[in-house]
Ligand binder design. Structure first.
Ligand code: ZN
Length: 150
C-alpha cells in the first residue's frame, strides 16, 4: 500500500495531513453529517454553518488516512464563503476529476484540489479522496445524517 501511495504524497497532502485545517467541533453548526469509507476505515464528521445560502463556516472531526484527511481539510478551506450552488458545482467537478470521468479538468476552478487528481490512478484510493465530498453533498441536500461510500 505504501508503494502505491508514494506518488500521491505531494507537498499539499503532507501539509494538510500534518496540520489539518478547520479540525474542530462546531457548536453552532446547522448541518452535521457523518461520513464513513469502510474500504479504508476513514471516518469523519462534517460541520457546516449555512446562512442565506452561503457556507459561512466549515469544520470537521474524525480519523482517516492521509488522503482522506488532506481531502477534507482542503475542502473545508475551499468551500468557506461559497454558496451552496457553488459548492455543489465543486463536488461535481471534483468527483469527475477523481473518477477520471472528465479529462477536461478545470484546474483554475478547482485550484488546490488538483493535487488529489493523482488518486484516479489508484481506484482503491478514490473513495478516500471523495469521502469528504460525498459527506458535503449529503449535508447540502440536508437529507441524511450519515453516509457510507459502500
Ligand atoms: Zn483512506
Amino acid at each position: 500500500m505504501f508503494d502505491d501511495l508514494r506518488d500521491l504524497y505531494q507537498e499539499v497532502i503532507f501539509d494538510h495531513n500534518r496540520n489539518p485545517r478547520n479540525f474542530r467541533v462546531m457548536d453552532d453548526a446547522n448541518r452535521q453529517v457523518e461520513g464513513f469509507n469502510p474500504l479504508c476505515g476513514d471516518r469523519l464528521t462534517l460541520f457546516l454553518k449555512i446562512e442565506d445560502g452561503v457556507i459561512n463556516d466549515a469544520s470537521f472531526q474524525g480519523q482517516g488516512c492521509a488522503i482522506s484527511t488532506a481531502s477534507v481539510s482542503l475542502m473545508t478551506e475551499i468551500i468557506k464563503g461559497k454558496t451552496e450552488a457553488e459548492a455543489e458545482t465543486l463536488f461535481t467537478q471534483f468527483h469527475d476529476m477523481t473518477t477520471g470521468k472528465s479529462e477536461d479538468i478545470q484546474l483554475e476552478a478547482i485550484g488546490k484540489l488538483a493535487v488529489l487528481a493523482g488518486v484516479r490512478e489508484y481506484p482503491a484510493r478514490v473513495k478516500c479522496a471523495t469521502l469528504a465530498w460525498h459527506t458535503l453533498d449529503a449535508a447540502l441536500k440536508n437529507q441524511a445524517q450519515s453516509i457510507s461510500t459502500e
